[in-house]
Design a protein around this ligand. Structure first.
Ligand SMILES: [Fe+2]
Length: 376
């Protein structure tokens, strides 16, 4: 018994470390339900997050059910409406009371109990739920951020005493991880807003700038993922790419806004938006600003070394800059401008490919771009 308890304790500590290192909320929820199923010997587990006074279903894992009705069947069965945080349902009861609820036989709930088991899942899927354990995810501040629900725990009678306390500890760990990840998400969103507003300030006179900035972010991230970059790098390029033209803030209006063709001298000034951007972003203290610096400086460099401002060549151009230069040109091609209609997607993709053939872009980046965009 002691050995089993120690093993569980160890597993709990390991899970806590694993959960606290997960930064994406979707991945975190997935890992939470997987770990819960494993630790407590449950056939299935699902997770709800408390949002605006209700529990919203987020994720469900039950290999036995998935095998029986397939992934489409699971999606269909679990197209659920939010559950009220009140004692009428098992998950609602756990969230409302901020205490775990173990129901050993969901088809034999005493009439006086305030909660009921929703039999529609079993009816829809043909699955037989025997027992359910609902553990609220309670933060250190006492707030309930969600509910973890275990289904068909192998030895449900054992889910009391130390094991139930272990489930509580697991819920607390998951709650902290969820709370932190949601906070980080919020922080990231506000950071992105700051970045895009700063970027928009540089191109304030162009009414399409906001959309352009968001598209550059989106395209750059998609190319990065298609090129096999890590999700961290893809995120960095998503956040840093909006600042590629931030140096335009230093370009005089009569050049930046000139409707006609620029003279050679004006063009020389226009090109300095790259070095001006790098000046704004120099001496970075974060990886994000370091990437933004490189992107601002190098997004008009060409793979064959014939670009500006440095004439840097090949892989000496930072990879994220090579990605943003494809995204930037692709967006220019597919956007309406006062002097041109947008090119159709297929034509724009062909033009990017031919740009790579002529030495403008990194061929590997363009291959990734084609895989991502030619199919859509
Ligand atoms: Fe530019």
């Amino acid at each position: 018994m002691k050995a089993a308890q120690n093993a569980l304790l160890e597993a709990l500590v390991d899970t806590g470390i694993m959960l606290s290192s997960e930064r994406s909320i979707d991945a975190l929820l997935e890992r939470t339900v997987d770990a819960a199923r494993e630790l407590f010997g449950a056939e299935g587990a699902s997770l709800y997050l408390a949002e605006e006074g209700s529990l919203n279903f987020k994720i469900f894992r039950n290999p036995a059910l998935e095998e029986k009705i397939g992934p489409d069947g699971v999606r269909e069965t679990y197209r659920m409406r939010p559950i009220a945080i009140c004692p009428g349902s098992i998950a609602g009861y756990a969230a409302h009371s901020a205490a775990p609820l173990v129901v050993a036989d969901v088809y034999d709930i005493p009439a006086e109990a305030p909660y009921r088991f929703n039999t529609s899942f079993d009816e829809l899927s043909g699955y037989r739920t025997r027992n359910v354990a609902a553990q609220p995810l309670v933060t250190r501040g006492g707030g309930v951020v969600g509910v973890l629900q275990l289904v068909n725990v192998k030895d449900v009678r054992a889910l009391s005493g130390p094991l139930l306390r272990a489930l509580g500890a697991f819920g607390a760990q998951a709650a902290i991880a969820v709370e932190n990840t949601l906070l980080t998400d919020k922080l990231k969103r506000s950071q992105y807003e700051t970045i895009t507003r700063l970027a928009a300030a540089a191109e304030l006179k162009d009414p399409d700038t906001g959309d352009h900035i968001r598209r550059i972010s989106d395209y750059s991230r998609r190319i990065a993922i298609a090129a096999g970059l890590s999700s961290d790098d893809a995120e960095v390029v998503y956040y840093a790419s909006p600042l590629h033209d931030v140096g335009k803030i230093a370009i005089p209006d009569d050049i930046l806004l000139k409707p006609g063709k620029l003279t050679d001298d004006e063009w020389l000034v226009m090109k300095t938006h790259t070095t001006a951007g790098a000046e704004i972003l120099k001496n970075p203290e974060s990886a994000l600003v370091a990437a933004a610096h490189n992107i601002a400086l190098c997004h008009h460099e060409r793979y064959d070394g014939k670009g500006y401002p440095g004439g840097v060549k090949g892989d000496d151009i930072p990879l994220l800059s090579r990605i943003v230069s494809v995204a930037d040109v692709f967006d220019a091609l597919t956007s309406r401008r006062p002097y041109k209609e947008p090119f159709p997607l297929e034509t724009a993709v062909e033009m990017i490919v031919s740009g790579a053939e002529k030495g403008q872009f990194d061929p590997d980046v363009v291959n990734a771009f084609v895989r991502e965009f030619a199919a859509t």
